[in-house]
Design a protein around this ligand. Sequence first.
Ligand SMILES: [Zn+2]
Length: 262
Amino acid sequence: MRYFFLAIPILLGSGLLISMGADNGKLEPPLSIPPDSLTGRQSTSNLEQVPAEMATRSGLKLEAKTLVKFKEMRAEAKKVGIDLFVLSGYRSFADQKRIWDNKFTGKTKVAGKDLSTEKNPRNKILAILTYSSMPGTSRHHWGTDFDIAFSKNNQPDSLLNRSWETGKGKEAYTWLTQNASRFGFCQPYQGTPDKRNPGAFTYGYNEEKWHWSYKPVSRNFTNAYKDQMDNLKPSGFSGADTGTEFYEQFILNVDPDCLTKP
Ligand SMILES: [Zn+2]
């Protein structure tokens, strides 16, 4: 019996050493994110409600660590008179499919155009992809990415770059570019897509000054998506076959800062 009791701490101790040695003691979360979580079909993120006073509408959710850091950043911005609200957070595959279908069928106009009249399938989906992701490929599926408004009622419309280029919007954007990284946030869609990662991609989303990402968590999602790319081809919505040509570029063509170690 005495030997039995002695053996336990030794086993536990050696197990601990092995697990520390495997990752050199660094806290790098594993890349085993299930495909359905990457595509928003079944999230494994720890999603939490964004408090109503911090959002433009109720019912918005963010990944738990992302929300903690957003709250910290928001409090800091408030000290200098800048108000930040979550305008859109986590979206499921079904949520994104609704946005996509409305544009695909012409219910929502894209840059003033009814796309139901566009007969060329490539042109049609590239027009939607200017700002909207194909269902299954949105960073909003991860809960780590969100759109920011700089007023509670979202006036002027924060989902337009020009709203961030004058007055209150410019103040907020300047503050974010100088301070958001201190809280772990990066802006995945900066500048023009062809210059974001020079020479690497032809396609990508246009600049989105309102879209921010919590890098310590989201970089793992991007890396996991990259690892499983061939198994995550677009499916389950109109235009998915045509979209297969582009999805990899739209997912990976993000600001390089969003992929570096925090
Ligand atoms: Zn967004």
